[in-house]
Design a protein around this ligand. Sequence first.
Ligand SMILES: [Zn+2]
Length: 187
Amino acid sequence: MAAWQRIFAAGALAATVAVCGRSVHAERDVSRATHVRSTDPRVLNALRYGLTRSASFGDVIATLDSSDQTVYIESGPCQPRELRSCLHTVLNREARIVVVRIDAGQPLKSLVAQLAHELFHAVEIAQEPSVIDAGSMRLLYERIGYPSCFDGGKPACWETRAACTFENLVKSQLASRHLNREETGRP
Ligand SMILES: [Zn+2]
């Protein structure tokens, strides 16, 4: 069976990052998306919202869709519980699978921004074919990230400035658009 490894939490932003991928927007039907999946209706709603309101959010999903990696998103707590969201990998030689755990009950825009953060981490892993198990994933985050929590003095979580920057980029895109009818409650 697979090796699980927990990474990261929230952190500060610093560097600018660009995520490559074709632009996708409202026309993408997330219920049929191939590589970013969830059965939680709140998560599916947030994915749809992100796709209609943030070009960068669409790009990160398109990048994952063109990869050999599948992302499953589920609602639930992380360990340690103060983490807003977290990502685990299930890696084996047959499939590259990532599981994102997130509080789907948080406000919509916060949920979308947090999803963007975790999906960016999924792209970081997808773009590294050398990541085949927990050890190689640890090497990746030792190289591109920094420890963000510790257990017994050893790093237990990892973070990257790029993911934090991407989260803030998506936040700014969500905030820059005019309120639509659904948000204002007007007919
Ligand atoms: Zn992170």
